[in-house]
Structure formats: structure tokens, C-alpha cells
Design a binder for this molecule. Structure first.
Ligand code: MG
Length: 276
């Protein structure tokens, strides 16, 4: 009897040990030893040698849904256009402010920020008119232009064919979007854009191209593409600090952010950015 009990205990203990082994897995020492056996040249280097702890990334409270995070500069929250001026005249912007916290293009040449901006993470929501008028480039056309030089196209591209490098979310006449993730007219759409400004030398010559990354309604449509120069309606992009798109309403070299008036009543809301 004693003998049977002894055998049984051994069996239970062995099974228990086996179970522990499976549950706990190998120890860190065992894993490291297996690693160093496979890569003997790394013996003497510890995992901690390549850990970077400082600086600790600053904590930022994300916004709810598409609302601005805590460190954003809000350019338009529905209450006023105080951050914007009329582009051709330089006077205060007076596009139509709607009751739902949005604003709508007034045919007056476009608006631009009063402040200049370098590289930014940029968010905006836009909506083309429910009443579809025009076709191709004539339907719901606007655009968001960084530094008065580089336009990300805004257009009703839902069942509205135009040239690919001029449809919604194209870098105008430079890069078509990877896919067409447009919503129907009358629905709010989002742009989340990372704009990295070009670098210039003292003479104003470009020494490093700018880049754009664009998410349209949450879908990646421009993946860190190189900006070829100013976006142009006619002719090639122009490179250099002292160039602006020829279709800008004034020749100012200010590096402001411009929203295009293309004669269509496109609406906008919830515009914010974070400086990079
Ligand atoms: Mg446009």
C-alpha cells in the first residue's frame, strides 16, 4: 500500500511539474541562453543596452472621435473665423458660418490662416454639396493648400470621374490617391494629413523635398509621397522657397494654409493642427 502511494505521489508531482513548465514557459535566463547560443557574437550585449528611456514621450490626451487632441491649435471650431483672413484682400474672412458648427465657401477668392506654419499634422472635415452640379473638376471643388504652394485636392469624387491626379485626395497634378475612398456628396469626410515642409538652402534652393501623407476617411491614400514643387494648374511644379502656386490669388510668399474657393459651396468643420 505504502509503495502504491509512493508511486502515485511521484506521478502526481511529475505531472504537476510538467504542467508548471508548460504554463510558465522558459525563464528569461533560459531564453537569453538559447539566444546567445544561436548568436554567440552577441554574448556580452544585454537587451538593456539598447533600451532608450529618455526623453519620455509627452502624454497627450486624444480627442474623442475626430476632436482635437489636447495640444492642437484649433483653426476652426464652428464659432468664428478669427484665425482666417480673406486671401486676395487680407481682410477678415467672412465665409458663411452655419448653425451646425460648419462654414461654407463664399465666392470671394479663398481664405488663408493669419499664422504661417511649417510642418504639421493637420485635420479637417469637409462636405461637398448634396445638390450635384457640374462634373469633373466643376463638382465640389476646393482644396487645402499648405504654405500657399502644395494643394491636397478637395472634390466630389464619388461617381465623378476626372483626371486621376486631380481627383479628391490627389496632390494636385503630382500624385493620384492610392485608392478612391470618397463618400457621397452631402456626407462629412475627413482628411488627416502629415505635411513635412521642404528644406531650402540660404539661396532658397530646395535641398530636401517636402512630403505628404494623407488619410481620407481613415484610409491611407498618400503614403509619404515626395512633393515635386508647387502644385500648378498649368505647367510643371516650381521648386524653391520663393515660388508659390501660380493659381494663388496673390503672389505673397507667406507660408500660410489656404482653403480654395473654386466657386462651389463646399463646407468645412473641425479644423485643427499640431506643429511638428
Ligand atoms: Mg482644388
Amino acid at each position: 500500500m505504502k509503495y502504491i502511494f509512493f508511486i502515485l505521489s511521484i506521478t502526481i508531482i511529475t505531472a504537476q511539474e510538467k504542467k508548471n513548465k508548460i504554463d510558465d514557459g522558459p525563464t528569461m535566463e533560459q531564453m537569453l541562453e538559447a539566444y546567445y547560443t544561436a548568436f554567440p557574437e552577441d554574448r556580452g550585449i544585454s537587451p538593456q543596452d539598447t533600451e532608450v528611456w529618455e526623453p519620455e514621450p509627452k502624454i497627450v490626451t486624444p480627442g474623442i472621435s475626430n476632436l482635437a487632441p489636447s495640444d492642437a491649435i484649433v483653426l476652426f471650431d464652428g464659432s468664428s473665423l478669427s484665425k482666417w483672413k480673406n486671401s486676395p484682400t487680407g481682410k477678415d474672412a467672412d465665409w458663411i458660418i452655419n448653425n451646425d458648427g460648419s462654414m461654407t465657401v463664399k465666392v470671394d477668392g479663398g481664405i488663408e490662416t493669419k499664422e504661417e506654419f511649417g510642418s504639421v499634422q493637420f485635420h479637417m472635415e469637409w462636405k461637398t454639396p448634396t445638390k450635384m452640379e457640374g462634373k469633373g473638376q466643376g463638382r465640389g471643388n476646393s482644396g487645402i493648400t499648405f504654405q500657399r504652394r502644395f494643394e491636397v485636392q478637395i472634390l466630389d469624387s464619388y461617381n465623378n470621374r476626372t483626371y486621376s491626379n486631380g481627383q479628391a485626395a490627389s496632390i494636385y497634378k503630382q500624385h493620384p490617391p492610392l485608392v478612391n475612398s470618397s463618400k457621397p456628396p452631402g456626407e462629412w469626410q475627413t482628411y488627416d494629413i502629415v505635411f513635412m515642409e521642404p528644406k531650402y538652402n540660404e539661396k532658397g534652393e530646395e535641398i530636401r523635398a517636402g512630403t505628404l501623407t494623407v488619410f481620407h476617411n481613415g484610409v491611407l491614400v498618400q503614403n509619404n509621397v515626395k512633393i515635386l514643387g508647387t502644385t500648378e494648374f498649368i505647367g510643371k511644379p516650381q521648386k524653391g522657397r520663393d515660388k508659390v502656386s501660380k493659381y494663388m490669388p496673390s503672389r505673397s510668399l507667406n507660408k500660410t494654409i489656404y482653403i480654395q474657393d473654386h466657386g462651389n459651396p463646399v463646407s468645412f468643420r473641425n479644423i485643427w493642427l499640431r506643429k511638428l
